[in-house]
Ligand binder design. Structure first.
Ligand SMILES: [Zn+2]
Length: 113
């Protein structure tokens, strides 16, 4: 049975230490269980609530939109979000905002409505 690679640095030299898995290269320690693996891919709002496709959220700070003069104001309600679990730039919510259009948001700047 082989151990999973380190989720932080992808090192293959992980080893077991009791209930924990340990990475000798970056010193990351984690628990190998289903729940942990799953929570890694969950997208959470600013309060730590898990977000789902189709949820409505509220923006919690003014967000300047890159490449335009528009600002998404704090308190803006966003309906029917779509999650982007593998967003490499951290913008893990795809949504449409009235008056602005299709944009991407970071889950850390919203809370579940
Ligand atoms: Zn590592």
């Amino acid at each position: 049975m082989s151990l999973p690679n380190c989720p932080k640095c992808q090192s293959a030299y992980t080893y077991e230490d009791g209930a924990l898995l340990v990475c000798p290269e970056c010193a990351h320690e984690w628990q190998e269980d289903e729940a942990e693996t799953q929570s890694l891919s969950l997208i959470k709002d600013a309060n730590g609530n898990v977000l789902n496709d189709g949820d409505s959220v509220t923006v919690i700070k003014d967000l300047k939109i890159k490449g335009s003069s528009s600002v998404v104001k704090v308190g803006t309600k966003v309906k029917s979000i779509r999650l982007v679990p593998d967003a490499s730039d951290g913008h893990d919510i795809d949504c449409k905002i009235d008056g602005i259009g299709q944009i991407k948001l970071k889950s850390e700047f919203v809370k579940k409505a």
